[in-house]
Write a protein that binds this ligand. Structure first.
Ligand SMILES: [Zn+2]
Length: 84
């Protein structure tokens, strides 16, 4: 089986707030949010979250979920996509 690229094609980063920026994959529509939080001692923690259609994707501890351009093609094949 031929390997399929699972690399996302991230778009421009958009600052949503001083503690949050987002970028969207042009191929599969996953949104990667980069978040920051500071505790009462001023120590910062940083993490990323991945979202699609309002649902959080959980790929496990800080892992990037694979690019789902493949899923998109499967949906096309099944005719489940709403025409533009
Ligand atoms: Zn992607």
């Amino acid at each position: 089986m031929k390997a399929v690229s699972t690399r996302h094609k991230w778009g421009d980063r958009e600052e949503r707030s001083p503690l949050k920026s987002e970028t969207e994959c042009a191929r599969c529509g996953v949104v990667r949010a980069s978040l920051k939080r500071f505790d009462e001692h001023g120590r910062g923690s940083f993490w990323k979250e991945f979202w699609r259609d309002g649902e959080r994707l959980d790929a496990g501890d800080g892992m990037t979920p694979p690019c789902d351009a493949r899923l998109e093609r499967q949906r096309d094949a099944a005719g489940l996509r709403v025409p533009a």
